[in-house]
Design a protein around this ligand. Structure first.
Ligand code: PLP
Length: 387
C-alpha cells in the first residue's frame, strides 16, 4: 500500500512541506521526524529531573529498540545488540571472530573507511591477511569476490551493502550464500542500505551486521545496532566488556557478586551506558518506518531514483556512476559531470542539500521526498551545466 507523501511531510517534516529546502542528503545525515524530536524532548525533560525517570523506563526503551530493529531485518530480538554507530559492529566482527595469523579477510576496494581500518588493525595486531578486491569505479566485482572465496585461507568477507560513493548495491543473498558454502564469515555494513531497501538477514546468510541509525533510519547520532546470528552468539566473546554484558547484571542489588558469565543473547555485546534519550528518538523513527511499511518505502525510493537515472541517460554531459539496473542500486544516485564543483555550488544556492563524493554529485532521496523535488533538482543541474 503506498502512503501519502504529502501527509507525512506535513506531520513529520514540516520544513520540507514548507519548501525551505530540498533535502537529498540522507546518505549523509537523515532528518529527525517530528515524533522523534518529541520523544527525545520528552525523555530529556524527565532526565532533567531524574526522579521522573525509572530504571524500568530506561531499559524498556532499549528493549523496544531491539524489537523494532529485529522485526525490520527478520532477526530474533536476542540477536540484536544496540550500539552507537556502525563502526562498533565492524570492530566487534574484527576483534571477536576467531581470526588469526594467516587467515584472509576480504573487502571490496573503495569501501567507506569504517569497513577498512578495523581490518588493517587486525592485520597489524594478529597477522591476518587483509585483501581488497579491486572495483570498477566503485562497482564491486562480485564474480572476483566469489573466485577469491575459493581460496580456503579466506575466513571472512566484509562488505558495504550499498557503496557510500557509488551507490553500488551488492547482491547480499548471492555473496552470503557463497560465504556460507565456503565456511567464511559474512559481515555486512548496512548503513547505506537499510531504509531504502528491505532486508532478511537469514535469507542473506549474514553472520554479523553493523548499522548506524543516523542516516536512512532517520535517528539521532549515537544510535544503531549490531546483529549477530544466533548460532554464532555463544561462540563470540565481547571485545570491549560492559558491566551489563553478564548474566545477573539486571539485578542492581547484587552488582558486586562478580561473575563473568556472558549473557546468552547479543546484549553481551552492548556497551552500556547507552544514550537512552536518543534511543527513545530512534524508536519513534522506526515506528514511523514500520507504519509506512518498509516495502512501500523501498518502492517510493526506487521510483525517485529511477527519475534521476532516466534523466541522466538523456544528458550528454552526465555520466551515471551508480548502476542503472534497479537491482544494483538503492537510495544513492551519483552523477559525474564536468565541473561538478560549480554544479554543487549551484545546487547549494538553490537550497538543494546533496553531497560531493569522489568528484561526483551524490543525490540520496528518501520516502518523504517527492518527484517534483527531484525534477526541480535536475532542472538546477541542467541550468548549471548550460551556463
Ligand atoms: C558505508 C558507511 N559505513 C559507515 C559509515 C559511518 O560509520 P559510523 O556509523 O561508525 O560513523 C558511513 C557514513 O558515512 C558509511 O557511508
Amino acid at each position: 500500500m503506498p502512503f501519502d507523501v504529502d501527509r507525512v511531510r506535513e506531520s513529520e517534516f514540516p520544513w520540507a512541506a514548507r519548501g525551505e529546502v530540498i533535502y537529498l542528503n540522507n546518505a549523509s545525515t537523515g532528518p529527525l521526524p517530528d515524533r522523534a524530536l518529541r520523544a527525545i524532548r520528552d525523555f530529556d525533560e524527565r532526565r532533567a529531573a531524574p526522579y521522573r525517570l525509572s530504571d524500568d523506563l530506561q531499559f524498556a526503551t532499549l528493549a523496544r529498540g531491539r524489537e523494532l530493529i529485529a522485526s525490520l531485518i527478520g532477526a530474533d530480538v536476542g540477536e540484536i545488540g544496540l550500539a552507537v554507530n556502525t563502526s562498533y559492529g565492524i570492530n566487534l566482527a574484527a576483534f571477536s571472530l576467531p581470526l588469526g595469523a594467516g587467515d584472509v579477510v576480504l573487502t571490496p576496494d573503495r569501501e567507506f573507511p569504517a569497513n577498512v581500518y578495523p581490518w588493517m588493525q587486525l592485520a597489524r595486531r594478529r597477522g591476518i591477511i587483509y585483501r581488497r578486491i579491486p572495483t570498477c569505479d566503485g562497482a564491486v566485482d562480485e564474480e572476483a569476490l566469489r573466485r577469491e572465496l575459493e581460496d580456503p585461507a579466506v575466513r571472512a568477507v566484509s562488505v558495504s551493502w550499498v557503496g557510500f560513493a557509488s551507490g553500488y548495491t551488492i547482491d547480499l543473498e548471492a555473496i552470503g550464500r557463497a560465504c556460507r558454502a565456503r565456511g567464511a564469515y559474512f559481515v555486512v555494513d548496512a548503513i547505506q542500505g537499510l531504509g531504502p531497501l528491505t532486508l532478511d538477514v537469514r535469507a542473506c546468510h549474514v553472520d554479523i551486521l553493523a548499522c548506524g541509525a543516523q542516516k536512512w533510519l532517520l535517528s539521532p547520532w549515537g544510535t544503531g545496532f549490531v546483529y549477530v546470528r544466533r548460532e554464532l552468539l555463544g561462540q563470540l566473546e565481547p571485545n570491549v566488556v560492559s558491566w551489563m554484558a553478564v548474566k545477573g547484571s539486571d539485578d542492581f542489588s547484587r552488582l558486586v557478586d562478580y561473575d563473568l558469565t556472558w549473557r546468552d543473547d547479543a546484549r553481551r555485546f552492548e556497551f552500556i551506558t547507552l544514550p537512552f534519550q536518543d534511543f527513545a528518538g530512534m524508536n519513534a523513527s522506526l515506528e514511523l518506518i514500520h507504519e509506512l511499511g518498509p516495502v512501500a518505502i523501498a518502492h517510493h525510493v526506487t521510483s525517485l531514483a529511477d527519475v534521476i537515472v532516466l534523466w541522466a541517460a538523456s544528458q550528454r554531459d552526465v555520466e551515471l556512476v551508480t548502476p542503472s539496473s534497479p537491482r544494483q542500486r538503492a537510495g544513492i544516485v551519483s552523477l559525474r559531470m564536468p565541473n561538478a564543483v560549480a554544479v554543487s555550488a549551484a545546487l547549494k544556492k538553490a537550497a538543494v542539500s546533496h553531497s560531493l563524493r569522489e568528484g561526483a554529485i551524490r543525490l540520496s532521496p528518501h520516502f518523504y521526498n517527492t518527484r517534483e523535488e527531484i525534477r526541480r533538482t535536475l532542472g538546477v543541474i541542467e541550468q548549471a551545466l548550460e551556463s
